[in-house]
Design a protein around this ligand. Structure first.
Ligand SMILES: *[C@@H]1O[C@H](CO)[C@@H](O)[C@H](O)[C@H]1NC(C)=O
Ligand SMILES: *[C@@H]1O[C@H](CO)[C@@H](O)[C@H](O)[C@H]1NC(C)=O
Ligand SMILES: *[C@@H]1O[C@H](CO)[C@@H](O)[C@H](O)[C@H]1NC(C)=O
Ligand SMILES: *[C@@H]1O[C@H](CO)[C@@H](O)[C@H](O)[C@H]1NC(C)=O
Ligand SMILES: *[C@@H]1O[C@H](CO)[C@@H](O)[C@H](O)[C@H]1NC(C)=O
Length: 416
């Protein structure tokens, strides 16, 4: 919604820039179409199409924190300066014209009249533009002061209201209806979907970075307040997690079953908003525990998808910061074919058949092998080192396995 909103703000600005006050519309049209929108040229690479739009006062309640606003203000200021420069040079030009005017009124009346008319036209245009600018600036000022109590949810409500309800009442031949189809509404993650009243678990298209591609995500809209974007799920063992760097980068598995969303996508999601990580686990005895981290971020591929995770709470224990020597925070991602771990004499990813933020090597590995019963040998199953009884028994005895693991993220400031 934020992005749709930024489009609206942008449109608001572009209308001013277009500066055709004569296109401020007649009453009949206004009452039929609360919003007028029309293409005003070619779209740029960055999807910022030069549309112009006239908004009902309702939509002009901008949140103060909105970055676009600053830009609009700055652009307005620049435009104003351009205008006054133009005005000045116009005056100079007129003075020059006056001085160099031939005294012979029989010879050059036509030329003189034309010049005079051009100047008058430009001046009146400039005047209209200044008025239009001033109006917009006033509006923005009003918004800025009235926006302090506005929260993001309210803005979304308003945008929804305008985009859906209001526009539905418009006659189909409304000129902006076709242009409207070109507007893309972006949902950063599942929490945006949830805020858009999409409250059923399922697969939803999300766009954490609107300059990058959209992708499908599995959304948990029902647990713990909903709005969760699931980044990993192990529920049936149908999908092998013994995968390459490339596969972990792009993601693999089945969004409706077991899957890894993909490191690039996780990076984009955690870059777009400050995220909370919630891990839900259930062992073979049906014991369910969770670990929650109030801060979770995964760097880009260049930084080897380094993990930043902190502020634990929960019941399962903090296995990502198990001890000084087993600490997954700030560790790079490793896979069986890419050794970025802290273990000098081998590759943890290869040893444990998994991609993870290995230290040397691990106190947790939620991408380990899915066993549906206790197992012996190398502890290469799904592992959470602070799980109760996990280290009980003989070193070569049976090892605890897990029935299900889910890793999901949600913006820190999300209010269900
Ligand atoms: C106002 O809009 C109506 C309907 O589109 C049109 O018939 C009328 O000529 C317009 N009036 C002016 C002053 O533009
Ligand atoms: C998302 O999933 C739907 C079906 O659930 C599919 O039609 C669509 O192509 C997918 N989109 C992307 C970007 O993968
Ligand atoms: C993991 O994959 C590698 C490469 O395909 C393979 O050699 C290895 O046996 C696999 N490990 C397990 C436990 O399946
Ligand atoms: C899209 O995101 C990926 C992953 O972070 C990045 O490698 C790529 O450069 C991005 N593309 C654009 C156009 O920003
Ligand atoms: C496992 O831990 C629970 C408490 O967390 C304890 O009651 C139980 O006896 C333990 N089981 C074994 C087999 O050690």
């Amino acid at each position: 919604m934020k992005s749709a909103f930024s489009l609206l703000v942008l449109f608001c600005f572009l209308q001013v820039r277009a500066g055709h006050p004569e296109q401020e519309h007649n009453k009949t049209e206004n009452s039929a179409c609360p919003i007028r929108l029309k293409p005003n040229g070619q779209c740029g690479d960055n999807e910022e199409c030069p549309y112009q739009v006239t908004l009902p006062p309702l939509t002009l309640q901008l949140p103060k924190q909105f970055k676009m606003l600053e830009r609009v203000m700055k652009d307005l200021q620049n435009l104003k300066e351009d205008l006054s420069n133009l005005k000045r040079s116009c005056l100079e030009c007129k003075q020059q014209a006056d001085e160099s005017q031939p005294r012979n009124t029989d010879e050059a009346p036509t030329a003189e009249d034309e010049t005079g008319n051009d100047l008058k036209e430009i001046q009146s245009k400039l005047k209209k533009m200044s008025i239009s600018l001033k109006n917009t600036k006033n509006q923005i000022n009003i918004l800025q002061s009235s926006s302090q109590e506005m929260n993001e949810k309210k803005v979304e409500e308003i945008v929804n209201n305008v985009l859906q309800n209001k526009l539905e009442n418009c006659p189909h031949d409304c000129p902006f209806m076709s242009a409207l189809k070109d507007i893309r509404v972006f949902y950063t993650d599942c929490s945006d979907r949830y805020s858009n009243q999409e409250v059923k678990n399922g697969i939803y298209l999300v766009t954490p970075d609107r300059h990058n591609s959209s992708f499908n995500a599995s959304c948990d809209m029902e647990s713990f307040g909903g709005g969760w974007t699931v980044i990993q799920r192990r529920v049936n063992g149908d999908v092998s997690f013994n995968r390459t760097w490339k596969e972990y980068k792009d993601g693999f598995g089945d969004l409706r079953g077991d899957f890894w969303l993909g490191n690039d996508k996780i990076h984009l999601l955690t870059k777009a908003k400050d995220m909370v990580l919630r891990i839900e686990m259930e062992d073979l005895d049906g014991v369910r525990e969770y670990a929650k981290y109030a801060q979770f971020y995964v760097s880009n591929e260049y930084l080897k998808y380094r993990l930043s995770v902190s502020s634990y709470s929960g019941t399962a224990g903090d296995s990502l910061h198990f001890s000084k020597h087993y600490n997954h925070d700030q560790k790079f991602f490793s896979t069986p074919d890419k050794d970025n771990d802290m273990y000098p004499s081998g590759n943890c990813g290869s040893y444990y058949s998994s991609g993870w933020w290995f230290d040397a090597c691990m106190a947790s590995n939620l991408n380990g092998i899915y066993y549906n019963k206790k197992y012996k040998g190398v502890r290469n199953g799904i592992f959470w080192g602070t799980w109760h009884n996990i280290s009980d028994g003989q070193p070569n005895g049976y090892k605890q396995a897990f029935k299900s693991v889910i890793m999901m993220i949600r913006p820190k400031n999300f209010n269900p």
